[in-house]
Design a protein around this ligand. Structure first.
Ligand code: KG4
Ligand code: ZN
Length: 344
């Protein structure tokens, strides 16, 4: 008898269909991600109906590939972990139905996983020594949270965004400047080597709260772009001849990173927490990783962030979170349903 538990993780909350096998929440045996981004690009964002349909086509081949790459059979798996929210409900249902079907057919337990908990758990795969408690900045396409991870699967959200998420702010400006979807990585790349003070941008901070707000910053950048475009039209040139795309992207990215870093550092100071972790798609941002690394070194904080492939949506993180949820709270039953706005 071995206490090595193999978890099959399944993720389909947005536009990646993913399956992975992870041992004891820490060792990745396989990690398969089929991205639909190329199909949604022409629409400038994720189209929910297309996402659901494409998940249906991809889910079983992706699961087969994950088992094959891990060199295991379904009978070797100890539990099936699946994202049941938050996310697009039609997309979530595809992964959830597949997970229920596999769990039922094989007699293995089913474990429902909250997607943000999955993003946080990506760090358990990145750093084998990492254990709670720690402070985590979760920044994705839909969330910007500061979370105290008190224990495995025990979270306290101490700050959240009051309007747009950081990823959303990247995606909207990327579309506006013509870079397209998904915006974060494209803006990140466009900003390399650019000036970070090409035009003024506001930073929103609230009294007695570490909550985020990115809508003022986003609107100011859109207004600036509008002004540049009008001036360019008058002068019969491109707005990028007035401020380069590189400088525009770097200035905008810098303002977002500045707010994320300052709130996170203030939380660490206030709570006297020395262990810091980044999670979610935006934690792939090179400027954010750099800024957090410098600020953490200044304060003597220990910082972890996942490798790029584990920052954005994947199923290895769901399998890891599923392992700890299973240990802490047991299994889910077959009545588990998709919840579009599931809280952490
Ligand atoms: O966590 P994620 O893959 O999906 C959600 O759960 O939302 O995050 C996706 C978000 C998108 O907004 C994407 O533009 C952003 O993460 N993102 C980035 C970078 N890579 C992905 N944002 C900034 N810089 C990046 N390098
Ligand atoms: Zn995500």
């Amino acid at each position: 008898m071995t206490d090595r538990k193999l978890i099959l993780g399944i993720e389909s909350s947005c536009d990646e269909t993913a399956a992975a096998v992870v041992a004891n929440g820490r060792d990745i045996l396989s990690d398969i991600v089929a991205s639909q981004a190329d199909f949604h690009r022409q629409f400038g964002g994720v189209v929910p109906e297309i996402a659901s349909r494409m998940h249906v086509e991809a889910i079983l081949p992706v699961i087969d590939q994950a088992l094959e790459q891990a060199k295991v059979k379904l009978t070797d798996i100890d539990a099936v972990a699946v994202t049941y929210g938050p996310g697009l409900v039609g997309a979530l249902l595809v992964g959830l139905s597949a997970a229920k079907g596999l769990a039922y057919a094989s007699g293995k337990p089913l474990v429902g996983v909250q997607h943000i908990a999955g993003h946080i758990a990506a760090n358990y795969l990145a750093d084998q020594e990492l254990e709670p408690p720690f402070l985590c900045l979760v920044v994705s396409g839909a969330h910007s949270h500061l979370v105290i991870v008190r224990d495995y699967d025990e979270y306290e959200v101490i700050a959240r965004t009051r309007d747009d998420a950081a990823g959303e702010a990247f995606d909207k400006l990327s579309r506006a400047v013509g870079l397209g979807y998904p915006g974060g990585p494209l803006m990140d790349k466009a900003a390399i080597g650019g000036r970070v003070d090409a035009f003024p941008l506001p930073r929103t901070h609230f009294d007695n709260s570490l909550d985020f707000s990115f809508s003022g910053l986003k609107t100011a950048a859109l207004n600036q772009l509008n002004k540049l475009q009008q001036q360019a039209q008058r002068e019969q040139k491109s707005w990028m001849d007035i401020i380069s795309l590189q400088d525009f992207a770097a200035t905008y990215q810098h303002a977002i990173v500045d707010v994320l870093t300052s709130h996170t550092m203030e939380a660490a100071d206030q709570l006297n927490i020395k262990r810091l972790v980044l999670a979610g798609g935006v934690s792939a941002n090179s400027a954010l990783r750099r800024s957090m690394t410098l600020a953490s070194a200044d304060r003597g904080l220990m910082l972890t962030f996942p490798p790029l492939n584990l920052c954005t949506d994947n199923a290895a993180m769901i399998a890891s979170a599923g392992y700890y949820t299973w240990k802490k709270r047991g299994t889910s039953d077959m009545s588990l349903n998709a919840v579009a706005s599931l809280e952490l």
